[in-house]
Write a protein that binds this ligand. Structure first.
Ligand code: ADP
Length: 398
């Protein structure tokens, strides 16, 4: 059984073909600049180790892009399947499942209708996700498609955690509430952490730190609270997003800078966060290398980033009235060992004791970085969002 995982964005499309007999990825790649100038295609055959990088391809729309993907997968030289019959099902990442979905779902016409309705809540993401599903249904009719939601795992939050103190009808009529995102990662990483802890009853805080970043409190496998909100703008500071700010700051900046809604949306989503404070880049590696040179704005951005995460950890220890483990994941959480170390060294009141050696260097795989007698365990866990999508697709279609 082979599952094709599709993550369709507005101008990009990531794909991965996973063999479910051993859960190994056999090919993956990326279509970039779809529908804009100079589109490029990247592909890796993971069986042979062949890499096709930045190949120019005419990809005027998502249908043509997915066609390029399917042709490449069947390519006699560098492909991994003889024909599309070998693809058993397709799993799609869908950002917003609203209150409709607390689990992944097999796509039918009614599901598609709901997803289109949910585009109002996630206008930057859901329309592109829905397009990916529609194109796949067109190109491979008869194959089953499964939608896997970023929001689903967080649906266990209680109203006291997910409600905003806006007029109640904004919730009942407009569905304005906290949803949370990166759910597939929080689910997978909290499950791995639970296994590493060896304890069913567990209080775990997951810090997913990538370009987008979110923290979640997971008690006995259920999300109690999470840092992102109605949209992925809330919570900790991110690559280009503000994270939490006083909403009135947005009104004030709009007024003073003469921005309309789109203008303030772009400023807060694309020009803020690490990029906004540091300046030249939103990439953590650039930030780290400038910090080493003593760049004050880089140091400020780094300190703000770590402080906010530490504050969320404190809040979530309170939310769960205790904690067993903290798990770091995502591009920054997995690789920037100094972030893990600097945050945890400032949390000694919890009884965290880092193993200096393990906490002070980059390590492969899933590892514990605390000492044996540390009251709270700290883990670095490699996330596997595509695998979660493939597993759910397999579960719902096999
Ligand atoms: P996305 O949210 O786009 O999936 P990722 O989880 O891939 O993002 O994380 C991207 C971030 O991880 C970038 O800021 C990048 O600089 C950072 N990152 C990747 N590798 C390293 C590394 N070795 N050291 C520090 N930061 C890293």
């Amino acid at each position: 059984m082979k599952v094709l995982v599709i993550n369709s964005g507005s101008s990009s499309l990531k794909f991965e073909l996973i063999d479910m007999t051993n859960e190994k990825s056999i090919a993956k790649g990326l279509c970039e600049r779809i529908g804009i100038s100079n589109p490029i295609f990247t592909y890796k055959n993971l069986v042979k180790g062949v890499v096709v990088k930045d190949r120019p391809e005419p990809m005027e729309n998502h249908k043509i892009a997915i066609d390029v993907v399917l042709k490449q997968l069947q390519d006699p030289e560098n492909g991994v399947i003889r024909n599309v019959d070998e693809i058993d099902a397709i799993g799609h990442r869908v950002v917003h499942g609203g209150e409709y979905y607390d689990d992944s779902v097999l796509v039918n016409d009614e599901v598609l209708k709901n997803l289109e309705e949910l585009s109002a809540l996630a206008p930057l993401h859901n329309p592109a996700n829905v397009m990916g599903i529609k194109v796949m249904r067109e190109l491979l009719p008869g194959k089953k498609n499964v939608a896997v939601f970023d929001t689903a795992f967080h649906q266990t939050m209680e109203p006291k955690a997910f409600m905003y103190a806006l007029p109640y009808e904004d919730y009942t009529e407009l569905k304005v509430r906290k949803y949370g995102f990166h759910g597939t990662s929080h689910k997978y990483v909290s499950e791995v952490a639970r296994e590493m802890l060896g304890k069913e009853d567990s209080k775990i805080i997951v810090c997913h730190l990538g370009n987008g970043a979110s923290i979640s409190a997971v008690q006995n496998g259920k999300v109690v609270d999470t840092s992102m909100g109605l949209t992925p703008l809330a919570g900790v500071m991110m690559g280009t997003r503000t994270g939490d700010v006083d909403p009135a700051a947005a009104f004030y900046v709009m007024e003073k800078r003469g921005l309309d809604l789109k203008g303030i949306d772009t400023r807060m989503n694309k020009q803020s966060g690490i990029k906004g404070i540091f300046g030249p880049s939103s990439d953590f590696r650039d930030l780290a290398s400038e910090m080493e040179k003593g760049n004050e704005r880089a140091i400020l951005a780094y300190d703000m980033f770590c402080y906010k995460i530490k504050s969320y950890i404190g809040a979530y220890v309170a939310a769960m009235n205790g904690i067993d483990a903290i798990a770091f994941t995502g591009g920054i959480g997995e690789n920037a060992f100094y972030v893990r170390r600097d945050i945890c060294n400032d949390l000694t009141f919890l009884g965290i004791k880092l193993d200096d050696e393990k906490a002070g260097e980059w390590l492969p795989g899933n590892v514990e970085i605390t000492t044996k007698d540390s009251k709270v365990k700290v883990y670095k866990i490699e996330t596997a969002e595509e695998l979660v999508i493939a597993r759910d697709t397999y579960r719902l279609t096999k």
